[in-house]
Design a protein. Structure first.
Length: 399
């Protein structure tokens, strides 16, 4: 009798355990049916890394000969062992159409590395595989990830340097707006993770007032503190931003000090933009549900790639928020944020795109991505939409 009771109890526990395992968090549920890309498996034959000058390329090759390439984001050069030993092996030999579940699996097997050390290598592999899948289907990445909703992406100018004086920085963006027709600009304030210190005394106050004066009321202005302030100082600066009609305040406090950022969000009316350093989908859901931020800003590289960023977009949509990915890449690498925005159902009004003066055409890839009338056309070629000069790739050194 005791043995029978034990067996029944064990069986009940197994059933209960199976039921519990079946409960998948909303943010982990599949978004796409990538099996529509191809009627037959797209087996991953190899994943390698190439270096040409300062550029690192991650290249994926299928058993059928399809190739996908992405430009890796720094600091990939110091994370190559993780890519080689932990990430790439999880995809080689697998069907790239199962990309969503493969990304979940690589996390489960390496969760102790979670953070940028894991997710940046994963994003590089994911982007190369998406480029490969898009080329297999002869469709842009945005098309295979739910369908393209827009072919031109409005952008805001960013990329300013705290080494410049307030006057120099404002001058650059006045020229940038004139050259590109951009309708929005983001300025760096504070000193970057500086415990309330400014880049030099009075720079931020001068910058903010001068930016509004020079650019006028018709240009949307944003501010990024890069974690410069404690909550008290951030609230003080946020009130100034509100008075000058800035439209979001990015990362006011150090990104790990979420309670400090929440104090700022609870006190101010200006929307808080946040999430550049974050990679936990649970944390994004919690931060949006508790009001830490209104605008989600995962980085397409640091957060693990397109699929995980689109999962953040789903989280933001649930909380009636928007997603505006953090982006420091331009040129060929800038195609990523454009493909993302082309298919995302709830993007912010402008995507981040660093302004480089002057814009120069490149000869080693096509098409060149230029801002015209405040927008950039989404590359319409297959995959990420970028074609590299074969000589550039041939000259790259295998790592």
């Amino acid at each position: 009798m005791e043995r029978r009771r034990f067996l029944l109890t064990g069986a009940s526990a197994l059933v209960a355990g199976a039921s519990l395992r079946a409960e998948v968090p909303e943010w982990e549920k599949p978004l796409f049916d990538l099996r529509k890309v191809s009627s037959s498996p797209v087996r991953v034959k190899s994943i390698d890394v190439l270096q040409n000058g300062k550029n690192y390329f991650v290249r994926a090759l299928s058993a059928d000969g399809a190739t996908g390439i992405t430009i890796a984001k720094d600091p990939i050069e110091v994370l190559l062992p993780i890519l080689k030993h932990k990430v790439a092996p999880a995809f080689i030999g697998k069907d790239a159409r199962d990309l969503e579940s493969l990304i979940d699996d690589v996390y489960v097997k390496n969760y102790k590395l979670a953070g940028q050390a894991l997710w940046l290598p994963v994003s590089c592999v994911e982007q190369a595989l998406l480029d490969m899948l898009g080329r297999t289907a002869k469709k842009p990445v945005g098309q295979i990830l739910g369908g393209q909703l827009r072919k031109e992406i409005p952008v805001y100018l960013s990329g300013s340097a705290r080494e410049l004086t307030a006057e120099q920085e404002v001058d650059i963006y006045v020229r940038g707006v004139e050259a590109t027709g951009a309708k929005a600009v983001k300025f760096k304030i504070g000193g970057r993770m500086s415990r309330n210190a400014d880049a030099y005394p009075g720079r931020t106050e001068k910058l903010l007032t001068l930016a509004r004066k020079r650019l006028g009321d018709n240009i949307i202005l944003y501010a990024d503190a890069n974690g410069s302030y404690d909550a008290k100082k951030a609230i003080e600066m946020g009130r100034m931003l509100q008075d000058l009609k800035f439209q979001f305040f990015e990362e006011p406090c150090p990104w790990e000090e979420v309670s400090e950022t929440k104090k700022v969000a609870d006190t101010l009316d200006i929307p808080i933009a946040f999430g550049e350093q974050n990679s936990s989908l649970w944390a994004f859901d919690w931060m949006m549900s508790t009001g830490v931020m209104e605008i989600a800003q995962p980085d397409l590289n640091y957060n693990g790639g397109f699929i995980r960023a689109l999962r953040v977009a789903r989280i933001a949509r649930k909380h009636k928020g928007v997603i505006t990915p953090h982006n420091t890449q331009t040129g060929a690498a800038g195609a990523k944020v454009l493909q993302f925005a082309s298919c995302c159902p709830n993007p912010g009004p402008y995507m981040e795109y660093p302004w480089r003066e002057p814009e120069k055409p490149a000869s080693w890839y096509s098409p060149n991505l230029f801002i015209r009338n405040g927008k950039i056309a989404v590359p319409d070629g297959p995959g990420l939409g970028i074609d590299y000069d074969p000589a550039c790739i041939a000259a790259a050194k295998p790592i």
